[in-house]
Design a protein around this ligand. Structure first.
Ligand SMILES: [Zn+2]
Length: 212
């Protein structure tokens, strides 16, 4: 039997509610990106911006629109900018690639604990079965089966290939000659950045490497 993980919010840690207060966002709905005829330094970034904590720890990925709001409200500073310019009625701004929150935001580990998705489990486990190392036919497995009271927690859910998952079935590891390659843990915030951005833009890499 294959275990499943309840669907959770995909993506990343949201900026705390208190940062959402204040006047509404500026009129950037009509913002246009110009300079598309040149090769921009933000090629391949898509519409995403890496958000660093005040400590430079990467904590989140947000939309350009969200980043512009944080920059205009002086809640964040521009760390890496793209070649393109964003134009709106009231301002022109370089396209943000990486921003840093001015005020340190405490990211509760609890916020990550809720975000158990298949993709996040696979990313944490290096897209490999935690029993045999296979990279194909991946599923998620409750180490202690739910039927035996195993919780849906990061410490009890691992990537498992289909054959290992079926072989393990509803039994405890102690009753089988199977073992975990490493003890599953709550992943670092960086995992959620990898999950929310399929390819990591060059401009982000130094900040993610620093956190690794
Ligand atoms: Zn396997």
């Amino acid at each position: 039997m294959q275990d499943t993980v309840p669907p959770g919010p995909a993506g990343s840690v949201s900026v705390p509610e208190r940062q959402r207060h204040g006047p509404g966002p500026p009129p950037i709905a009509a913002a246009a990106v110009v300079g598309a005829d040149t090769v921009p330094s933000d090629a391949g970034v898509g519409g995403r911006v890496l958000v660093l904590n005040a400590t430079y720890e990467p904590i989140n990925v947000c939309s350009i629109r969200r980043a512009v709001v944080l920059l205009l409200k002086d809640k964040a500073e521009m760390i890496e900018r793209g070649a393109r310019q964003l134009h709106a009625e009231s301002f022109t701004l370089a396209r943000p690639l990486v921003i840093r929150l001015v005020t340190y935001v405490r990211v509760p580990r609890q916020a990550h604990r809720r975000k158990i998705t298949r993709r996040a489990v696979f990313a944490r486990d290096g897209w490999a079965c935690q029993y045999c190392g296979s990279r194909s036919n991946l599923t998620v497995d409750h180490v202690i089966p739910r039927s035996k009271g195993g919780p849906s927690s990061w410490e009890n859910i691992v990537a498992s290939c289909g054959p290992c998952n079926r072989r393990k079935g509803d039994q405890l590891l102690a009753h089988l000659d199977m073992e975990l390659q490493r003890a599953p843990r709550t992943p670092r915030a960086e995992i959620f950045i990898h999950v929310s951005a399929p390819t990591i833009p060059t401009a982000w890499q130094p900040y993610l490497a620093r956190a690794a």
